[in-house]
Every structure is written in structure tokens, then in C-alpha cells.
Write a protein that binds this ligand. Sequence first.
Ligand SMILES: *[C@@H]1O[C@H](CO)[C@@H](O)[C@H](O)[C@H]1NC(C)=O
Ligand SMILES: *[C@@H]1O[C@H](CO)[C@@H](O)[C@H](O)[C@H]1NC(C)=O
Ligand SMILES: *[C@@H]1O[C@H](CO)[C@@H](O)[C@H](O)[C@H]1NC(C)=O
Ligand SMILES: *[C@@H]1O[C@H](CO)[C@@H](O)[C@H](O)[C@H]1NC(C)=O
Ligand SMILES: *[C@@H]1O[C@H](CO)[C@@H](O)[C@H](O)[C@H]1NC(C)=O
Ligand SMILES: *[C@@H]1O[C@H](CO)[C@@H](O)[C@H](O)[C@H]1NC(C)=O
Ligand SMILES: *[C@@H]1O[C@H](CO)[C@@H](O)[C@H](O)[C@H]1NC(C)=O
Ligand SMILES: *[C@@H]1O[C@H](CO)[C@@H](O)[C@H](O)[C@H]1NC(C)=O
Ligand SMILES: *[C@@H]1O[C@H](CO)[C@@H](O)[C@H](O)[C@H]1NC(C)=O
Ligand SMILES: *[C@@H]1O[C@H](CO)[C@@H](O)[C@H](O)[C@H]1NC(C)=O
Ligand SMILES: *[C@@H]1O[C@H](CO)[C@@H](O)[C@H](O)[C@H]1NC(C)=O
Length: 470
Amino acid sequence: MLRLSSLLLLSLPITRVLSAECTVSHSGSEDDSPAILKAFSDCQVDSVITFQQANYSAFTPISLTGLKNVTVHLNGNLLLPNNISRVQHEINVTNNQPSTYATPWFYFQGEDVSIVGSDDMEWGAFHGFGEQWWNIGNRILRPQLATFNVTNGLLRKLKVVKPIAWGWNLPGKNLRVEDHFVDAAPHNGTRDNTVSFPFNTDGIFYPLESNITVDGYYGHNGDDCISVINGGKDIVAQNGYCGFCSHGLSIGSLGKGGAVQTVQNVLFKNWTMDGAVYGARFKSWTGGRGFADNVKWEDITLVGVSTGILVTQNYYDQDKGGRPENTNSSSTKVSNFEFKNFKGSLAANWTDGTCISDPCWNYVPGIDNTKAIIFDLYPETVGLLLALNLTVENIDIHPQNLDSDKTTVLCDPSTLVSGEQMTLGFECQDGPYRATDIKLPSGALGSVAERRNIFVVLSSIFIASLMLCI
Ligand SMILES: *[C@@H]1O[C@H](CO)[C@@H](O)[C@H](O)[C@H]1NC(C)=O
Ligand SMILES: *[C@@H]1O[C@H](CO)[C@@H](O)[C@H](O)[C@H]1NC(C)=O
Ligand SMILES: *[C@@H]1O[C@H](CO)[C@@H](O)[C@H](O)[C@H]1NC(C)=O
Ligand SMILES: *[C@@H]1O[C@H](CO)[C@@H](O)[C@H](O)[C@H]1NC(C)=O
Ligand SMILES: *[C@@H]1O[C@H](CO)[C@@H](O)[C@H](O)[C@H]1NC(C)=O
Ligand SMILES: *[C@@H]1O[C@H](CO)[C@@H](O)[C@H](O)[C@H]1NC(C)=O
Ligand SMILES: *[C@@H]1O[C@H](CO)[C@@H](O)[C@H](O)[C@H]1NC(C)=O
Ligand SMILES: *[C@@H]1O[C@H](CO)[C@@H](O)[C@H](O)[C@H]1NC(C)=O
Ligand SMILES: *[C@@H]1O[C@H](CO)[C@@H](O)[C@H](O)[C@H]1NC(C)=O
Ligand SMILES: *[C@@H]1O[C@H](CO)[C@@H](O)[C@H](O)[C@H]1NC(C)=O
Ligand SMILES: *[C@@H]1O[C@H](CO)[C@@H](O)[C@H](O)[C@H]1NC(C)=O
């Protein structure tokens, strides 16, 4: 420790800039984007930036880069233009770095950045005025709300109110998101896209990087609540509520167009899924070639959800006709998936406003509203060992107004690798849900313990190398 602190002292004179405090001024009705840019450039390093308790007009997309050791107190709100054509124009001409699905309106990049909202529900919010977009089904030149491309970051008590589409994208690493709020439901809760539907309003999604924790989430939206996409690694998302037409706690989609995409080490724990299309969901495209390994969904309560658990290795674009022939003879490999402690009810309806093709994107043959589990595994998975160690344990899901003896599953036993049924935890069949004993292969416990030890060793190496860097 002594050595560490003396090293720290040595390095301070080189990097240290006088710490600064900036308060972002606001004009009333003019575009406050220039004032925001100025504050973030005056206070780019070792600083605290404070927004007053007021509505700021962020009428121009903003890119705030090169931040280092900055804490932002968002005591006010940030408002996009309440005008579709103005937003489209700005997105068309902005230089903001394109993000995963679209160009972000707010782009944050740097190291050691915290954005802290407010305890007050009225403040710490990003207002997208998205409902007018949903009302007319406008999906042209939509911004993604905000991208947080930060190493060592914190987002706390932020609200997303009527976003136009995608919410926060987290391509950074070592991030914590606490007490996040999303309101992406039409005011009267219609699910009908001919009236209004919040397409692509994913709550939070994270690609590319690693070590991200979401703790505390409350939201209503019309797409994935949490979406872990390619590159996601060491991710925990816990203690949340997803309502309206949420598409669930999702991994993927992975492997579109034969891509090699991966996700590793994800835990979803303690969620309530209310009115959602899915509780837990994994999807990979037909023909993909990456993998998803070690994913757990645990302590999930379902309230009127369409399908409790879905794993599909055969996703395809329903808009473009039937399921294409898988000429690549491959699929994204799934291994060590655990679904544990699910309880609650299924709903009468299993579609929502995103269902714009016939059959709907969520169609699998045999689907109805009594399915606790759908395992739609790649048919050739057996020879290629593409689905290994899937386990379902302690499931108590019942269809709406029916007892749990009416709960059913879809699972084709011919897609199970030999021995998989032993550890699956339910009878793989197209029929009633029947729990089965999980018979761990001998030595299984030993290998888990071994893996832990390896993890401890690896983390100590990592910590040691961090100290060397300093
Ligand atoms: C980070 O910035 C604050 C001022 O906001 C300063 O007090 C602190 O020393 C800085 N931390 C480091 C590691 O430089
Ligand atoms: C801030 O903007 C929001 C969204 O338009 C509005 O609902 C709220 O009343 C405004 N607050 C103030 C104090 O102007
Ligand atoms: C919306 O913005 C456009 C410019 O992009 C402008 O021409 C139009 O007047 C604005 N509409 C309203 C209602 O302010
Ligand atoms: C976007 O910009 C292109 C040219 O750069 C232009 O042709 C197009 O009309 C613009 N679209 C909108 C909606 O502003
Ligand atoms: C994140 O920032 C790094 C530079 O630090 C850049 O190379 C990368 O492209 C950025 N990623 C996204 C999604 O913006
Ligand atoms: C993971 O991120 C957290 C911050 O959210 C940080 O405290 C922790 O040290 C990181 N772990 C590793 C192994 O980098
Ligand atoms: C919501 O409002 C629209 C009209 O704006 C109406 O057509 C629709 O039936 C309403 N839906 C519900 C669930 O009240
Ligand atoms: C589960 O999450 C909810 C928030 O959705 C929280 O209130 C509750 O305390 C959490 N339960 C546990 C056991 O952490
Ligand atoms: C098969 O993989 C190739 C890339 O190797 C890709 O171009 C093609 O789209 C893939 N086919 C399917 C059905 O995914
Ligand atoms: C289910 O859908 C039908 C028609 O699509 C609708 O009439 C009914 O109200 C819906 N029920 C629920 C519980 O949403
Ligand atoms: C499946 O689990 C067994 C026992 O826990 C382990 O030995 C094996 O490596 C696992 N398979 C994969 C692909 O992780």
C-alpha cells in the first residue's frame, strides 16, 4: 500500500490540472447546446459540472469527448426538440459518432465519468418527445438517445421520458447504472401500431465491452428491456421491473449473416416482467457462428407475460418470407444457460405492435398462450454440440386463469445432445410442462470450484497489473 501511494504522488504533478467547477447556464427557450458544450470543455478534466434545476433545450446533438474524472450533476432536464423534422434534420447533419443502431443525440466519451440525476422524479430526465413519432409510425432518421462510451462510469437516477427510440447504449467498460427509469409507453397504453407504438425503445443495451452492472431499473417500453449484444461480457442486471410491451431480458440477437458474435457471463436477477412478450430471451440468427456462454436468469416474476422463456437459435427476418435454409450448417453455440426460480402468469395475447409481418416475428410453430418455455434449438445442434448445459429449475408458471397443470412447453428432443435431458430440468417435448430431476454429472461441483479458483487467480493477476500500470 505504501508503495502504491508513493507512486500515486509521483504521478500527480504530471497529470494534475486544477480542478474546476462549472455550472451550465440556460437560456429559457433558446438552444442550450452551445452552453452545454462550453461547460464540458471548460470542465473536461478533474471537474464537477452542475446543471441547475431547470429544463435545458438540447436542440443540437452533442458530443462530449475526452472527459476525464468528471462528475455531472444533472439537477435539471435535457429536452430534445419537440419537432420531428427538426430532429431528423439535426441527425442528418450531425458529426456525432454513429452508435450501434443509430446516431446518438448525446455522446459521452472518456474515463471516470459519473452522471448523477435526481431523487425527484421530475428531474434528471431526458425528454425525447417521442410519442408524436410513435403516433405516426415515423422511423426515419431517428436518434438513439445517449451513448456512454466511458471506462469507469456511473449513471445514477437518470430518467428517460418518451424517447424517440433506443435509450442508453453502453459500449464502455467498468460501468454501473443505478436506479434507471424509462417511460416509453404511449399515454393510454395501446399496443396497436396503427394507433401508436414505441418501436425500438430498448431500455438499455450494451455491446462490445465488459463489466457492467445495472442495479435498479423501472421501465415501460416496446422492445428489449435489457439487451446484451455482441461482445457483452461480465454483466449483471438486477432488481428491476419491465412493463408494457417489453421484449424481455435479452441476449442477442447474435450471428446475423453468419457473423461470429459472442456473449459471456451474464446474470439477470430479481426482475418482474409485467405484460412483456418474454421474460427471458435468447435469440441468434440462423447461420451464425459465435457463442453465448454462462448466462443465468434467476428469480424472475412474470405477470401476464406471453412466453416465459425463449431460446431460439433459428431467428430470421419474418418480413422477408419463411425461414431460410441454413446452408452454413452452423448456429451460434449456447452453453451453460440457467433459468432458475421463475414464477407467475402467462397472458392471453402473445403479440404486440411490433408484429408487422405474417407470421409475426415471434412466431414459432405450435406457439400459444400456455408456453412457459420454448426451446427452438438448431436442428443440427446434436452433431455440432451447439447447445450444451441448459438447465431449468424451479419453475412455477401458469397460464392466465388456469392452473399450472395447463402449462406447456415446446422443445424438440431430437435437438438435444445426448445426455442433455439429464440436466435440462424439464421434459423436452411439445406438450405439458413436466419438471424432471437434474442429475449433475459426477465431478460437476469440482469443476465449478475449479473455475472459481481460476477466476480468483486471474483477478489477482489483473489487480497486480493495474498496480504496475500506476
Ligand atoms: C478528480 O477530480 C476532483 C475534482 O472534481 C479532484 O478533487 C480529484 O482529486 C480528482 N481525482 C484524481 C484522481 O485526480
Ligand atoms: C420541463 O419540461 C417537461 C417536458 O416538456 C415539462 O413536462 C415540464 O413541465 C417542464 N418543467 C418546467 C419547470 O418547465
Ligand atoms: C419544426 O422545425 C422545422 C425546421 O426543421 C421548422 O420549419 C418548423 O417550423 C418547426 N415546426 C414547429 C411547429 O416549430
Ligand atoms: C438528409 O440529407 C440528404 C443530403 O445530405 C438529403 O438529400 C435528405 O433530404 C436529408 N433528409 C432529411 C429528412 O433531412
Ligand atoms: C468508444 O471510444 C473509443 C475511443 O476511446 C473508440 O475507439 C470507439 O469507436 C468508441 N465506440 C463507440 C461505440 O462509440
Ligand atoms: C468493474 O467495474 C466496477 C465499477 O462499476 C469496478 O469497481 C470494478 O473494479 C471493475 N472490475 C474489474 C475486474 O475491472
Ligand atoms: C388509445 O387512444 C386511441 C386514440 O388516440 C384509441 O384509438 C385507442 O383505442 C386507445 N387505446 C386504449 C387502450 O385506450
Ligand atoms: C428485487 O427488486 C426490487 C425492485 O424491482 C426491489 O425492491 C427488491 O428489494 C429486490 N429484492 C431483493 C431480494 O433484492
Ligand atoms: C453463412 O455465412 C456467410 C459468411 O461466411 C454469410 O455471408 C451468410 O449470410 C451466412 N448464411 C446464413 C444463412 O446466415
Ligand atoms: C387480446 O387480443 C384481442 C384481439 O387481438 C383483444 O380483443 C383482447 O382485448 C386482447 N386481450 C388482452 C388481455 O390484451
Ligand atoms: C457442462 O458442464 C459440465 C459439468 O458441469 C462441465 O464439465 C462441462 O465443461 C460443461 N460444458 C461446457 C461446454 O461448458
